[in-house]
Design a protein around this ligand. Structure first.
Ligand code: ATP
Length: 219
């Protein structure tokens, strides 16, 4: 079995009375949720419900209007708790962050180096694992949307010291085989002590291990 962060077990995440407004419109309020090692949470809800906003707050890219998020009992919204959280967090946004002019290998090299440099061999192995053997040197602009998504997802196999995954629409553009593989990868990651929080419009109802957090309906 491939190890996904087995060296570091996730600590407890507490979302406490969290509220979010954008353009003076309330997206959610009084949100509470506790997550522990081994859990996968799907943030669900219709378009515009605030799923991406919640993930961006978790990733430190957007402020909350009120409330707190605690990791290992320290607020991740400021101070040392924030730095500690960031060392444990791998965030993959809805946009892949892939640079079109760079090759698959170059993209992964610089994306990972923002955190910890990784060896070329490890990158090639990760690309092979996502079905991109032979594409290492191909500029990403010459790849399909699904192949570019696979390049981005290869980070899940490279940044293995991160026990928290926050994934915004990770299944976008993937074919059925890749969807099933990613589902199993996420479950394996959780079983090895990780916590995954993700959004997707793809149904995960067949995975009994996945918890659901439903955000409100648009009025
Ligand atoms: N860049 C932005 N600037 C201002 N308001 C925004 C911005 N992006 C989103 N919003 C507002 O925040 C609301 C929630 O957006 P968000 O992307 O969090 O929803 P979502 O649940 O992820 O939707 P979807 O299912 O369509 O991805 C939107 O309805 C919109 O009003």
């Amino acid at each position: 079995m491939v190890a996904y962060g087995a060296a570091v077990t996730a600590e407890q995440i507490d979302i406490i009375d969290l509220s979010c407004e954008r353009d003076e419109r309330e997206l959610f309020a009084g949100l509470n949720c506790r997550l522990q090692a081994g859990e996968v949470l799907q943030v669900a809800g219709p378009n515009g419900a605030g799923k991406t906003s919640l993930l961006r707050i978790l990733a430190g890219l957007m402020p909350a209007t009120a409330g707190d998020i605690r990791y290992a009992d320290r607020s991740i919204l400021s101070g040392g708790g924030r730095d500690y959280w960031r060392r444990h967090l791998l965030f993959l946004g809805h946009a892949t962050a892939i640079k079109a002019t760079l090759s698959a290998e170059e993209n992964l090299s610089w994306l990972c180096a923002l955190d910890h440099p990784v060896e070329r061999d490890a990158i090639w192995d990760a690309l092979a694992a996502v079905g991109l053997r032979g594409y290492e040197d191909v500029p990403c602009r010459q790849m399909s949307a699904g192949q570019q998504r696979r390049v981005a997802l290869a980070r899940l196999r490279l940044q293995t010291a991160k026990p928290i995954w926050v994934l915004d629409e990770p299944f976008t553009a993937l074919d059925q085989t890749a969807v099933r593989a990613l589902e199993q990868q996420i479950l394996a990651f959780a079983r090895q002590g990780g916590i995954a929080v993700l959004t997707t419009h793809h149904s995960l109802d067949h995975l009994s291990e996945v918890r659901r957090l439903e955000l409100g309906r648009m009025s």
